[in-house]
Ligand binder design. Structure first.
Ligand code: GTR
Length: 327
């Protein structure tokens, strides 16, 4: 009897030592901060990203998605990711560029010919170079999501840069966006996303700029009923990882994570395209005026914003030239 108990004990010790040394029994729980609500296309992208990671690591790594800015507004979330207190966040490139300046290139006005051009850039060497540039800010650039084009919306009808003159326009917390709005003669007011609704309601600002899905889901359309399709920027969304927390994982696991982001992209784009159309229809049904512009009218916006390019440092213009060279 004693012998059997001894044998069981020896096996138990061998198993425990084997599993703790191999790491096979270790499970890792990671957190992802998302500003949008649970049913928004980027959040659904995040959930697909999490699902793929869990599947491909046989449940060893799980990612819990916290939607609706539960873990803070984008700038605060990025700071937490930088410290390793949050493992991932899905944010706009715009806010991220304040931490990793090379990304500023991607929020310059009228940078791409169209959406296909942007995806060729982001999925190619330029996109990879920009993700890698985040390393010096203590981030791991994980991957891109679609955010469509950004357009102005205001309390009065706007059809030209002249109409924007003197209007207080909310921008993301980004110096480049401040410059962009100022190039149109408007007054830029940087605010976190969650504060835009009340700023519009109380008249602190006269308008803002964003895509249709954000205009709808944040109810901005209630207090800024004029949306003009000037499409000044096409700023992608980005999945940002924490270098502090993720460097505790094996290199292979980081590759699985990056691949999961890439493989969740087609679904996110599909959902994005459908929701962009749906939200345009919904805001029109709610009584908003959506103004289409002719090529000549868009050109007036392009001309007004062109001087912004002259103000860019050399390394940003190098990226811009690489973007333009992508056919
Ligand atoms: C949205 C973007 C958000 C946030 C927001 C904003 O288009 O998806 O992540 O950056 O814009 O304007 O703050």
């Amino acid at each position: 009897m004693k012998k059997i108990i001894c044998l069981i004990l020896v096996f138990f010790i061998i198993f425990t030592v084997y599993f703790s040394l191999s790491g096979a029994a270790k499970t890792v729980k990671l957190r992802l901060a998302e500003t949008h609500p649970a049913d928004y296309p980027t959040t659904k992208g995040d959930l697909e990203f999490a699902r793929l990671i869990k599947e491909r690591t046989n449940g060893r790594i799980t990612v819990d998605v916290y939607p609706g800015a539960q873990l803070g507004e984008e700038k605060a979330a990025l700071e937490q990711v930088q410290l390793g207190a949050i493992d991932f966040t899905r944010v706009s490139v715009s806010v991220t560029a304040s931490f990793a300046p090379k990304l500023n290139a991607l929020q310059l006005p009228y940078l791409y010919r169209d959406a296909d051009h942007m995806w060729k850039v982001l999925n190619g060497p330029v996109g990879n170079e920009l993700l890698a540039s985040m390393d010096s800010a203590n981030f791991i650039g994980i991957g891109w999501y679609d955010g469509g084009t950004r357009n102005f919306y205001t309390k009065k009808l706007v059809k030209s840069p002249a109409d924007l003159k003197g209007l207080k326009i909310r921008v993301q917390q980004s110096a480049l966006m401040v410059g962009l709005v100022e190039s149109l003669g408007a007054v830029a007011t940087p605010l976190p996303y969650g504060e835009v609704y009340s700023a519009l309601q109380t008249g602190v600002i006269d308008g803002a700029e964003n895509n249709f899905p954000s205009y709808l889901t944040q109810s901005h359309y209630e207090n800024a009923k004029f949306y003009v399709k000037d499409a000044h920027t096409r700023v992608p969304e980005i999945l940002v990882g924490s270098k502090v927390s993720l460097s505790k994982l094996a290199k292979r696991d980081i590759e699985i994570i990056k691949k999961a982001a890439k493989d969740s992209l087609p679904l996110q784009i599909k959902l994005w395209n459908a929701y962009e159309k749906e939200s345009e229809t919904k805001v029109k049904a709610a009584g908003c005026t959506v103004t289409e512009l002719s090529a000549k009218e868009v050109q007036a916006f392009m001309d007004a914003m062109k001087p912004l390019y002259d103000k860019q440092p050399k390394d940003i213009m190098e990226v811009v030239n690489k973007v333009r060279a992508v056919k």
